[in-house]
Write a protein that binds this ligand. Structure first.
Ligand code: SF4
Length: 345
């Protein structure tokens, strides 16, 4: 439980908090009550939350009537769960996490600290000292930082580019929130997965059918290029070799391998099976990361392969003369194949 006083607006902004659940319980409303005309606005907002997730990947932060925001969240969860579509669960969780992220960006610091401590079990400490000529609002332990930052591929998240002192990493408000977005998404997703759909009033069924029809299926991994592993670029072969030996593949090697294989059309299952040899293999996390890179989860954007220049920066280029002047590992297979096809003609 959060140890500071929360108002109705706070609960409306963060309806996944236990306190929001207590608020609803105290109203003692059944689904039959909610399906009555008096609660039409709640049902409309719940439907709108899901539709916004489907259409714009972001649930809006409407705060005109906080009670409607609080009540519509669990109803939207029921609609999503009852639709029984994995891709809708994923898309809705992501869209709600974006909504929360936007509220957190303007949130008071004490509430941010409390939310992270109580909900996400991360000890966030408020700081006021000026470090590196820019104000850092928060610090978290290096372990907590690394657990989350390894999901990001931009150089700014590398520990070497952070302000670190006495076992803690210093972060600005927007950085802390960006770092945590994924966990809020997972929290909402877990809530949906654990949920048991109750007996639903008839009026809900029509809305659920409508949302199911409107929810687009996930993009398929199409366009398999059929490049055999002996034709992979040297950097990708090096990454595969490390995995085959059961050695730990550095973060950037993983990102390269996954983006390369996704872009030549390998399936999530095939890619997962490669990582199963990794000493720190965690099926759930790996599946999430591979699906995320493939554009099947979260923001639904398929990542492209990092450029050769970026791989050189990260120390993961193993250039041979066959690399010639290519700029991206994905060109390696293409150019090699084109050349050999020409020779055959
Ligand atoms: S030049 Fe490019 S394709 Fe070749 S090993 Fe380096 S990063 Fe890989």
């Amino acid at each position: 439980m959060i140890s500071i006083d929360l108002g109705q607006e706070d609960l409306a902004k963060y309806p996944f908090l236990d306190e929001a659940g207590d608020y609803i319980k105290a109203r003692d409303l059944s689904l039959v009550d909610i399906s009555q005309p008096d609660f039409n606005r709640v049902i409309r907002r719940a439907r709108q939350r899901v539709l916004q997730a489907i259409r714009s990947r972001e649930v809006s932060g409407e705060m005109d009537t906080p009670e409607i925001e609080i009540l519509s969240f669990p109803i939207a969860l029921i609609l999503v769960k009852a639709a029984n579509l994995d891709h809708l669960i994923s898309r809705y969780s992501h869209a709600e996490a974006i909504r929360v992220e936007k509220f957190l960006e303007d949130e008071r610091e004490d509430l941010i600290v409390e939310i992270f401590r109580n909900i996400l079990k991360i000890n966030v400490i408020l700081v006021t000292s000026k470090i590196s000529f820019s104000k850092h609002n928060y610090k978290i332990s290096i372990i907590d930082y690394l657990r989350r930052a390894t999901r990001f591929h931009e150089l700014q998240w590398k520990l070497i580019n952070r302000t670190v002192d006495d076992g803690n990493v210093y972060l600005k408000s927007n950085e802390l929130i960006r770092l945590i977005r994924q966990e809020i998404e997972s929290k909402i997703q877990d809530k949906l997965k654990e949920m048991v759909v109750p007996q639903l009033p008839q009026s809900f069924i029509k809305t659920i059918q409508e949302l199911s029809i409107l929810s687009p299926p996930p993009p398929k991994l199409t366009g398999k290029v059929n490049i055999s592993p002996d034709k992979y670029p040297p950097c990708v072969k090096a990454a595969l070799d490390l995995l085959k030996k059961g050695e730990n593949l550095p973060h950037y090697g993983r990102f390269l391998l996954t983006t390369y294989l996704v872009n030549i059309g390998e399936s999530v299952d095939e890619i997962m099976s490669l990582y199963s040899r990794s000493p720190d293999f965690n099926e759930r996390i790996t599946k999430y990361q591979v699906e995320h890179i493939a554009g099947l989860k979260g923001g639904r954007v398929k990542y492209t392969c990092p450029s050769c220049r970026t791989l050189i920066t990260h120390g993961f280029c193993f250039k041979t003369k066959e690399c010639n002047k290519i700029r991206n590992p994905l060109q390696f297979g293409v150019k090699t194949n084109l050349k050999s096809n020409k020779k055959r003609k």
